[in-house]
Ligand binder design. Structure first.
Ligand code: NAP
Length: 241
């Protein structure tokens, strides 16, 4: 029977592990270890980096993995590149499960930026930004004391935030009424977001559109070519072939 390694850290990875285990397959999910108490996936679990492409190749070989599903977050570019390199080097079959991005509304275009640093540069002087891009690179925004920043995270940051930032700890899913109320209560003028896709956090974009609030969108990174599917159903069908 084929043995599958899932690179996880997303809801899709958990759902795929569940489906494969229910189908009687041997599955190991790998997590980076960024979250203090992650939801345990179905099947096996390992935590922590592999040590680059070479480390991942060693792991695939030692564990006799037949196929690797990269179901990491769309912005986890390094591990996705490592997966391509390690599968090419080891001959293990690779499948990338990448959820589709959100669609930009024609009547309310986003301001597109390439990375966190460009997003920090794009913050409005004297405005109030809702920062929803997560922990990675958060310190890049610290230089913009001229803009009030509401930072929404699931877990507290390691270091305290500077005085001009307000921390909101909350957990998706968020609905439209919640997002509108939040933006109005804080006088938000701009939302900073990654184009993560998925239904859990999309309401912030609908709320911004409804309230005429600007969206600063950090575009997705480029991916190396790999066989790709966009849903758990498609992944199951592909793995069955
Ligand atoms: P990254 O920049 O692509 O990866 C950095 C390093 O972390 C990798 O080189 C690898 O270390 C290790 N790593 C990442 N994902 C791993 C996994 N699933 N299993 C084992 N090692 C992993 O990744 P990131 O953006 O920091 O994201 C880390 C994790 O958080 C991912 O699993 C991702 O799905 C999840 N996540 C990320 C975001 C985001 O916005 N980036 C959002 C939600 C969830 P080695 O080179 O030592 O193997």
């Amino acid at each position: 029977m084929a043995k599958t390694l899932i690179l996880g850290g997303t809801g899709e990875a958990r759902a795929l592990a569940q489906r494969l285990v229910a189908a009687g397959q041997e599955v190991i999910t790998s997590l980076a270890g960024r979250t203090a108490s992650p939801v345990a996936p179905a099947g096996g679990l390992r935590v922590g980096g592999f040590g680059g492409v070479d480390g991942l190749v060693r792991y695939l070989t030692a564990e006799q993995i037949d196929r690797l599903v990269d179901a990491t977050h769309p912005y986890a570019a390094q591990i996705s590149a490592n997966a391509v390199g390690a599968c090419a080097a080891s001959g293990v079959r690779l499948l990338r499960l990448l959820r589709p991005g959100w669609q930009e509304p024609e009547d309310a275009p986003w301001r597109h930026v390439a990375d966190i640093s460009a997003a920090a540069d794009a913050l409005p002087h004297g405005g109030t930004a809702l920062i929803t891009s997560g922990h990675g690179g958060l310190e890049t925004f610290f230089a913009r004391q001229d803009c009030r920043q509401i930072v929404r995270l699931i877990e507290s940051p390691v270091a305290p935030l500077p005085w001009f930032m307000t921390l909101l700890l909350d957990r998706p899913p968020y609905d439209l009424a919640h997002e509108k109320a939040l933006m109005v209560a804080h006088g938000v003028t701009h939302v900073v977001s990654k184009n993560s896709g998925g239904a859990q956090t999309e309401a912030k974009l609908e709320a911004a559109r409804a309230l005429g609030i600007g969206v600063i969108m950090i575009d997705r990174p480029a991916y190396l070519p790999a066989p790709e599917v966009t849903s758990v159903d498609e992944a199951m069908a592909s793995l069955a072939r």
